[in-house]
Design a protein around this ligand. Sequence first.
Ligand SMILES: Nc1ncnc2c1ncn2[C@@H]1O[C@H](COP(=O)(O)OP(=O)(O)OP(=O)(O)O)[C@@H](O)[C@H]1O
Ligand SMILES: [Mg+2]
Length: 631
Amino acid sequence: MPVRPKSVGQCQWRTVGSLLMPTTPPPPESRSAVRALLRLWPYVRPVRVRLFTAAFVAILASCTGLVIPLVLKWMVDGPVADRDPAGVWLGALYLLLLGLAEALLFGFRRWLVARPLSHVEASMRADLYRHLQRLPVAFHDRWPSGQLLSRATTDLMLLRMFLAFPLTFLLVNSVTILVGVIIMLVQDWTLGLVILVPAVPVLITCVLFEKRYSGAARLAQDQVGDLTTVVEEGVLGVRIIKGFGRHRSQALAFRELSGKLRGTELRKARLLATILGVIVTLPELAIGAALVLGTVQVADGSLSAGTLVAFLSTALALRWPVDSIGFLLAMSQEAATATDRYFEVMDAEPESGATAGARASLAGGGPGSTGALAAGSRPATAKGLRFENVSFRYPDAPDGSPPVLHRIDLHIRPGESLALVGTTGSGKTTLTALVPRLHEVTGGRITLDGTDITEMSREELRSRVAVAFEEPTLFSATVGENVLMGGGTGDEDLGRALAVAQADFAHGLPQGTRTQVGEQGHSLSGGQRQRLALARAVVGRPDFLVLDDPLSALDVHTEAAVEAALRRVLADTTALIVAHRPSTVLLADRVALLSGGRITAVGTHHELLHASPEYAHLMSGAPAGEEEDQR
Ligand SMILES: Nc1ncnc2c1ncn2[C@@H]1O[C@H](COP(=O)(O)OP(=O)(O)OP(=O)(O)O)[C@@H](O)[C@H]1O
Ligand SMILES: [Mg+2]
């Protein structure tokens, strides 16, 4: 795998074997947590009424709790001082009712938010998945899958937790603290001021903490993504790892990354411990000081015992709202980071606007933008599949490297099949990927029956062009479902496609075409997978067929049988077939030779054998001494 920088959002990834590591943590000061979290509003909007109601109910519950000290004051100064048992019982009843009301209100709040918030999480996840499907292949080439997976799981969970607790309770606690402090100041303003003394250092600590914690939170969440990537690669590549006895080095890589994550989590815990230490200790000291001062005042007779009891119980009632601020701020920071990470993906330009990306990469040098050419500077040309002056560079290719494809002109007439031949790494797969617009051309244009492919909707384009790639990717579904992904409607189409691809083995599977093929089709042989992929390509009777070396894994007899059947299909299909073997080349009407990023020769197999020494060499099967594997 080439070592190439992966620039993802604010982070740089460097590829080291299977290790993907963020090399630079993001600058925490460049973002504001509040601004990040405000981006959640479109998702929160539909549930705002419930959320605001819940916050209001929580404030009500909290303030109900603050009435308890006032009842205590009334009890101490009234019935207790007067030794009136009936009054004490009445006070106790009030306290019980207030406690009950507080509990019921908090319960009601939970009921209000639980359902809507799981709905928010689900809709954000659905949006992310939909967006991932619409992002161009170039995006997926660049982003490690674990980073995407961790966004869809851990980050969204953090967001739901934020909406459930910190969002409400930062507000509720602030109001509770404010009301509590006012009550205390009204009871006795000198004692109230003593309680307020720690406010300044606590606030400063909170601000400092927020900055540092945000950096650590971002690093931890990125590291979770890296770890997910390693786990995923380890599971998907388990055959290679076992085959080469690499489980130790893989485990080592995993341990290294998880050690780093552990370090970051411990740093987070230390930061949290520091802020909790300050937030808990200073107010406790202030309460202690107020207790001493208050007791002296009661002894002097300048303060009633009931007032001191009310004052202290109010201060104690405020302990939880104050103490929890550390946790709430930490959770909010993590949620802000999660929001950033979520929108880094959501902000990536989806395919419909992908020509913008193609234009950006034109800076490397291509003739005019695709859009300008498409605007009709040339008349609608001949039918069939046509490459006109097509150039292509990968968006992440190093600066100054030559384009993979350079000024390609190629015309495949309607109903014709053209084989594309070239050394390995010459750009054949790249060329075929341009037809269904998996990548955007960086210069020139491609037309289907005279229409520029960038002028068609992707749905239309992809319904007219069917593809089978080198890697026959199958999904965890039944054989039939996998094949019918290519179009077609029922058993008849399925049977025909399986026959063309010589994939009749499917009927002999335990449940026929309803047999599950397992993750990535690993329960099938390589050749079986390839034939199902071929069946998928032909099942929808496409106008245009693009096959990337579709028969490489087949034995000669099966290959001959597939060829015979394909020949019948290809008779009325316009096809571009990447081929390495003469037998596959012979399927096609003509052959084009791709060399050095250009089409250097076009003709029939026999013409090229005579006219092009490079072609003759490629087809001869002689040891390819001068061929350079560029990958
Ligand atoms: N996603 C990518 N990003 C950057 N460069 C790429 C990417 N995919 C392929 N390349 C480069 O483009 C060149 C052409 O690759 P391509 O896969 O098209 O070759 P190919 O002709 O299909 O080879 P093969 O016969 O081995 O399948 C190679 O040098 C390769 O390293
Ligand atoms: Mg290829």
